[in-house]
Design a protein around this ligand. Structure first.
Ligand SMILES: Nc1ncnc2c1ncn2[C@@H]1O[C@H](COP(=O)(O)OP(=O)(O)OP(=O)(O)O)[C@@H](O)[C@H]1O
Length: 398
C-alpha cells in the first residue's frame, strides 16, 4: 500500500467566516498552478479538507512545493481507504510500519456519523490491531514517537502519521495587490515575503541608476523577485530609469535634504505605477530607527506625497529577526552581494535625520521636477518574473 494522497489542513482560514469559500478556492487554484509540472497531480476538496492526489508522482517534491504555499497550516501523507473497519486496520498497520517509531498512539476522529463505531472505540480497535500484529511497539498516549490519525469522513477514511508544518498565512491573492519597493538589500525582499504571507499579491518597482548602478545590480533584483515567486504567483517588476532625476535632485537641492526628496520621488513614481496597474497600496522594507533616513520625522516627510496606504511589515523588527527570515527564504545570499544600489552611490555627507515637511515643500517649489518625473515614468521597463525565469550564476559574475 503506497501513500497516494497529501492531506492539506488550512488552519487560520477556518476563522474567516463568509470569506471562507473564496479563500479555499484561491488556495486550491494557487496549489494547482504550483503543481503544473506534475501533470497527474490533482488538487481536490471535500467538506473541510483539501487533498493532492498524487496519481503516481513521487510525494517528496510535491511536499516541498506545498510547504511554500501560503494558507496551508500543515500537511500529511495519507492513505485513503473505504469506511470499512478491516481496511482501516490494515492501512493503519501500514502507516505504523512506514514510520520511524517505537511508541505510538491512535487518534481516530469520526466525522461520518453513519459509521458504526465512535472515535474512542476506533482508537481501541485499531490500537489493539497494531499491537497484536507488530513486535517491539508500545502505546504511549502522552508523548508517542508517532500519532496514527484515522479520519473517518463521509466519502472515505484517511490515515496519516507524520504532520508536516506548512507556511501558514493566507492564500496569495486574497488580500489584494501591493507594489513592493524592492531594492537589492536585505529588508525589502523580507517585507515582500511577509506581505505575501498575509495574502497580498505583489508587483515590484526598482529604481535603477545606470551607469552608476550596473547590470548586475539590476539582475540581483530580478533574482530576488524569483525567490519571492516561489511563495506565490508570477510577479511583474517595473524598472525605473532613475539616473537623470537623481542627478537633478543632488544638483538642485541641498545635500542634507537630497535623500528625503529622492524617497519622495520614489513614492510619487510608485503611486503613478499603482494607478496604471490598478494597485491599492505600497509596501516597503522600512524599519524604525535602523538608519538615519528611517526616523519618524523622515517617514512623516516621505509619506506626505502619497495617499496610498504604505505597508511596512518590518516596522518593529530587530535587524537580527529580519536576517533570520531572509536566510529562511533564501534571499540573504543574494542580498549581501556587493552590487551598488542607487541609494548607496548618491549618499549625502550629512543627511537630515529630522527633515521637516514645510522646509521640503519650500525646497521642492524652487525647481520643476515634473518633466524628469514624467520621463522616468515613460521609460519604465516591465519584466514578468515567473518560476521558470532564468537565475543568474553569481559565481560567473563575481
Ligand atoms: N533602489 C530602490 N528601488 C526600490 N525601492 C527602494 C530602493 N532603495 C530603497 N528602496 C525602498 O526604500 C526602503 C528603505 O530603503 P533604505 O535604503 O533606507 O533601507 P534598507 O533598510 O537598507 O532597505 P533594503 O535592505 O530593502 O535596501 C527599502 O526597504 C525599499 O523598500
Amino acid at each position: 500500500m503506497q501513500y497516494d494522497h497529501i492531506l492539506i489542513r488550512y488552519g487560520e482560514m477556518a476563522l474567516k467566516g463568509k470569506n471562507i469559500r473564496s479563500f479555499i478556492q484561491a488556495l486550491q487554484e494557487n496549489l494547482q498552478v504550483k503543481l503544473k509540472d506534475f501533470p497527474n497531480a490533482k488538487v481536490k476538496r471535500t467538506q473541510g479538507r483539501m487533498f493532492v492526489l498524487l496519481n503516481g508522482h513521487e510525494p517528496e517534491p510535491i511536499i516541498e512545493i506545498c510547504k511554500k504555499v501560503f494558507g496551508i497550516h500543515s500537511l500529511s501523507l495519507a492513505l485513503k481507504v473505504e469506511n470499512d473497519v478491516e481496511q482501516i486496520k490494515e492501512a493503519a498497520l501500514e502507516a505504523l510500519k512506514k514510520a520511524d517509531a517505537r511508541t505510538f498512539k491512535v487518534a481516530a476522529k469520526r466525522v461520518d456519523k453513519n459509521f458504526p463505531h465512535g472515535s474512542l472505540e476506533m482508537n481501541q480497535i485499531v490500537g489493539s490491531h497494531l499491537l497484536v500484529n507488530t513486535e517491539g511497539y508500545t502505546v504511549d498516549v502522552h508523548e508517542p514517537d508517532v500519532e496514527i490519525k484515522v479520519e473517518i469522513r463521509e466519502e472515505a477514511t484517511y490515515i496519516t502519521s507524520e504532520n508536516i508544518s506548512g507556511a501558514g498565512g493566507l492564500p496569495v491573492g486574497t488580500a489584494g495587490k501591493s507594489l513592493l519597493l524592492l531594492s537589492g538589500g536585505i529588508d525589502s525582499p523580507v517585507a515582500g515575503y511577509l506581505a505575501m504571507k498575509r495574502g497580498v499579491q505583489l508587483e515590484a518597482i526598482h529604481f535603477h541608476s545606470p551607469p552608476y548602478t550596473s547590470e548586475r545590480a539590476r539582475q540581483k533584483v530580478l533574482d530576488l523577485t524569483k525567490k519571492l515567486v516561489g511563495y506565490g504567483k508570477s510577479i511583474k517588476v517595473h524598472i525605473v530609469p532613475f539616473t537623470k532625476l537623481q542627478q537633478e535632485i543632488f544638483r538642485e537641492m541641498p545635500d542634507s535634504y537630497a535623500m528625503t526628496i529622492m524617497r519622495r520621488m520614489m513614492f510619487r513614481i510608485a503611486e503613478a505605477v499603482c494607478e496604471q496597474e490598478n494597485i491599492l497600496s505600497l509596501t516597503t522594507g522600512e524599519n524604525l530607527g535602523q538608519v538615519a533616513s528611517q526616523t519618524m520625522e523622515s517617514m512623516h516627510a516621505i509619506n506626505e506625497v502619497t495617499n496610498y496606504p504604505v505597508i511596512r511589515p518590518l516596522i518593529a523588527m530587530d535587524k537580527a529577526e529580519v536576517v533570520d527570515i531572509s536566510k529562511e527564504i533564501d534571499t540573504y545570499e543574494i542580498s549581501i552581494l556587493p552590487y551598488e544600489d542607487c541609494c548607496t552611490i548618491f549618499v549625502p555627507k550629512s543627511p537630515k535625520t529630522r527633515p521637516r515637511r514645510d522646509k521640503i515643500n519650500a525646497l521642492e517649489a524652487r525647481h520643476d521636477f515634473g518633466p524628469s518625473i514624467e520621463e522616468a515614468i515613460a521609460g519604465i521597463e516591465t519584466i514578468h518574473i515567473t518560476a521558470k525565469s532564468e537565475d543568474t550564476e553569481f559565481e560567473d559574475l563575481l
